[in-house]
Design a protein around this ligand. Sequence first.
Ligand code: NAD
Length: 434
Amino acid sequence: MNICVVGTGYVGLVTGACFAELGNSVVCVDNDAEKIAALREGRIPIYEPGLDALVERNVGAGRLAFDTDIAAGIRGALVVFIAVGTPQGNDGRADLSFVHDVARTVARNLDSYKVVVTKSTVPAGTGREVRRIIEENMTERHPFSVASNPEFLREGSAIEDFMRPNRVVLGTEDETAAAILRDLYRPLYLIETPIVLTSVVTAEVIKYASNAFLATKISFINEMADLCEAVGADVHSVAKGMGLDRRIGPKFLHPGPGYGGSCFPKDTRAVLELARDHDVALRIVEAVIDVNRSRPPAMVDKIRRALGGELRGKTLCLLGLTFKPNTDDLRESPALAVLDGLLGAGARVRVYDPVAMPIVAREPREGVSYCEDEYEAAEGAEALILATEWNQFRGLDFDRLKRALTRAVLVDLRNVYDPETVRERGFDYTGVGR
Ligand code: NAD
C-alpha cells in the first residue's frame, strides 16, 4: 500500500518506518528541510532505541523515503497519515493549526480517492473539521474518507509499542476506509492485536480519555506518597499491594516529581478545555492537573529540607534532565522544572544527562554547570539529586560519589535506590513516599 506520513517527528517517523517494515511503500514528509536532509543522509534527528537500524533497513530496501515535497507525497498515496504536532495553545486548547494546514494541502492535491487519517492527538470534532476543510478547498472533486487512528506509543519503546500494541483504535466514517485501514494493520492480527473499530469522534475521545486516566494514576499515587510520608508508610508497598488487584493493575503507580513529556500535560489541559467548551465539568482531570503542577515545587522543598532548610548559595548535583529515560525529549520535563526551582531558590546546579546535554545547553541557564558524566557533576556538590531514572544511574559507585560530594546526601526523586542500602553506605537518603 502507498502511504504518506505528514510530520516526521517521534510519531511520524516511527509510524513511517514501522509501516515500511510491514511491507508498505512509505514516504515521510515534513516542512522542516533540515530534518529531511538529515534523514536522507541517514541521521536520525531523535533519540529512539532501534529506530536507526529500522530506518536504514527500510530505506535500503526501497520501501521508505523522506521528502519535503508534501504535495507529491500526498498525490502518490492511498492513505495519508497526519502526524504533525498539536501543541498546547495559549488558552490551554490544542493548537490545531498544523493539522489544518495539512488538511488544506491534502485538499489541493486530492487527485484520486484517499483515506486521510489523523494520528496526531486531537480534540473530538477535529475529523469533522478536517473533512470540512478538504471539501471547501479541494481543487478537483474526488471522494475521500476521513479517519482517526490515535497513537499510543511511548517514547523510548516506540517501535515495540507500534509493532506490538495493546490495541489499535480505528475511527472511520465508512466501510471503505475501515477495510483499507484494517488491511494495513492486518500483519498485527497474527499477534492477535485487538482492533477497536468505532466512529471518528469516539476514537478521538478514546485517546484523550486514555491519557487523562494514565495521568490520573500518576497524580493519585503521588498524593498517596505524600500521605505515606506523613504517616510513616511505604508507598512502594502500597503501590504493590494495590497493583496486584487486577482491577487496578501495577502500571503507572510510581511516585515521583510528576508527569511530563509532550503528551500528558498538554492532553489533560486540552481535554479539560474541550469539556468546558461543551459545558461539561471534568473535575477529576482538573484535580489531576493541579496535583501535578504542585509536584516540582514540592520536590524543591524536599531537597531544601534534606539540606537543612536552605538552598541559597548551595552547589547541588542533578542527574537526569529528560522527562523519562531513553528519550531526548525535554518537553515539560519535571526534572527541568526542579532544576529551575533550585536555581530560582539561589542554588548553583551541576547537571548531567546521558543524551540531552547538547539540547539543554542551547538554552543556557545562569548558575548551571554542564558536566561530562555523573561523577564530574557530583564534584564539590552538597547533595546528589536523582531526577530521571536512566539505567546508568541505577548502579552508581557510592564510594566514588562520596569522595566527589562535599556531603553524602542523596535525594532520590525516582525511588531508584533502596533507602537502607544507601544509608548503610553512609548516605543521608530521602526518597518519595517512604
Ligand atoms: P513532533 O513535534 O516530534 O513532530 C511533529 C513534526 O511535524 C515536526 O517534524 C514538524 O516539523 C512537522 N510539521 C508541522 N507542521 C507541518 C506541516 N504543515 N507539514 C509537514 N510537517 C509539519 O511531534 P510528535 O511528538 O511526533 O507528536 C505528533 C502528534 O502525535 C501530536 O499530536 C502528539 O500529541 C501525538 N502523540 C505523540 C506521542 C509521543 O510520545 N511523542 C505519542 C502519541 C501521540
